[in-house]
Design a protein around this ligand. Structure first.
Ligand SMILES: NC(=O)c1ccc[n+]([C@@H]2O[C@H](COP(=O)([O-])OP(=O)(O)OC[C@H]3O[C@@H](n4cnc5c(N)ncnc54)[C@H](O)[C@@H]3O)[C@@H](O)[C@H]2O)c1
Length: 367
């Protein structure tokens, strides 16, 4: 049965305030509201390949009722699509089919398609209206909110990009029915991150994922949970739109995680698995550096995570070397987002290798 509940979160930035709407089967209504019931003469659609296969009929039929012409670019699944080649292919579709500054680019997919499509909208004609339709849990709670768009370069991830805010975000949970379990895990880790840095009640809310397979989570409760997460991200972005300070707290667990992902190769450990291990390590390091984290709030979720990497394959020295490669580092210490207490994140520089080693052990114990 379709969830009746629907939620909206205003996201305020220096340029504008836009809405993130969350609900089930809400795409058509959200587009109508956005354009005051009128239609566009054309729309550009940038859509993830798997989403197109699984939900293309629905998406095309909704868009067809909002525009007489639709020009589509399908994006192959996977991080490799955040490339200059795909960016150019998308621009070709827009510019060869009469793109104008008032024609929206509708981007339907996970964070990969969202980051790429957002950057296309940011750069075509110096900015076309952007509508994000995130279809992964991670994209709903994280990447579609806040205006970071971009693609990768051979020198590193996300090195080409722009801050560019969408005009609307539609988080329609009906897309999640087809989301593979490992992608649910990627989203869960970011949700638990919000719980750790900002809102303790999210830990309780996440019990919906422990009762059954994650994809069977109660839709009404899921909508409220996504709303809470989007509100936190929106609040952080409002205070630090261009990532000059506070926004760093969203990297809780991520310093350890990036080192793991680099060391294991991105295919052997998923981002979500790495972030969960990273948060366990960051909690330990917080305690070792004087914080008082009494409860093991992440513990109930450990059973949801399984790993293909073995602890014997990992060397702490190498992992630390990856963390030392952080471009923002100014001295011998490594910068971490730690917790002073639950929901009180702080940036700390830690130099003592023994402490960092002890923190890694907690992550290794999971493997
Ligand atoms: N812009 C930001 O602020 C921000 C924040 C976090 C992450 N990111 C970026 O997000 C990307 C990761 O995003 P992601 O985790 O959504 O991964 P993704 O976009 O690669 O999607 C994951 C997989 O799920 C598939 N998929 C998507 N929706 C589906 C659905 N409804 N049903 C079935 N399959 C579906 C995709 O085809 C893909 O295979 C990374 O590139 C990361 O850098 C950006």
């Amino acid at each position: 049965m379709k969830a009746e509940g629907k939620a909206e979160v205003p996201v305020s930035t220096t340029e504008s305030t836009y809405k993130a709407v969350i609900g089930e089967q809400i795409l058509a209504d959200a587009l109508s509201d956005f354009n005051d019931g009128r239609s566009w003469d054309k729309l550009f659609l940038i859509i993830d390949e798997n989403v197109e296969k699984l939900h293309g009929d629905h998406v095309y039929s909704v868009l067809a009722s909002h525009a007489s012409e639709i020009h589509t670019q399908i994006i192959p699944a996977g991080e490799a699509s955040k490339s200059t080649d795909l960016w150019k292919q998308c621009l070709d579709v827009l510019l060869e089919n009469g793109a104008r500054r008032n024609i929206p680019v509708v981007v339907v997919g996970g964070g990969v398609t969202g980051d790429l499509g957002g950057f296309v909208a940011a750069t075509a004609l110096r900015g076309m209206p952007l509508i994000h339709v995130p279809t992964t849990l991670l994209a709903m709670v994280d990447s579609s909110i806040g205006g970071k768009t971009g693609i990768n370069h051979s020198a590193g991830k996300n090195l080409i990009g722009a801050f560019y805010q969408p005009g609307l975000v539609v988080a329609d949970i009906s897309f999640l029915e087809t989301l593979p379990e490992n992608e649910w895990i990627n989203g869960l880790s970011e949700i638990l991150k919000y719980a750790a840095i900002r809102d303790d009640s999210i830990f309780d809310d996440c019990s919906i994922f422990l009762e059954d397979e994650m994809k069977n989570a109660d839709p009404e409760k899921l909508i409220l949970l996504i709303r809470k997460c989007i509100s936190i991200k929106a609040d952080v972005v409002k205070q630090d739109e261009y990532e000059s300070g506070l926004r760093a707290i969203l990297n809780f667990g991520h310093t350890f995680a990036h080192a793991l992902e680099t060391e294991c190769g991105y295919s052997r450990i998923s981002h979500g698995q790495a972030v969960f291990l990273g948060m366990l390590a960051a909690c330990k390091l917080s305690s070792l550096t004087g914080s008082d984290l009494k409860d093991q709030k992440l513990d109930p979720f450990r059973s949801l995570y399984t790993y293909a990497v073995d602890r014997n394959e990992l060397a702490i020295k190498k992992l630390n070397r990856h963390m030392m490669a952080d471009k923002k580092r100014t001295g011998p210490a490594i910068r971490f987002v730690l917790l002073e207490s639950w929901q009180h994140p702080v940036l700390k520089e830690v130099e003592d290798e023994d402490l960092i080693r002890e923190a890694w052990q907690v992550a290794f114990d999971e493997l």
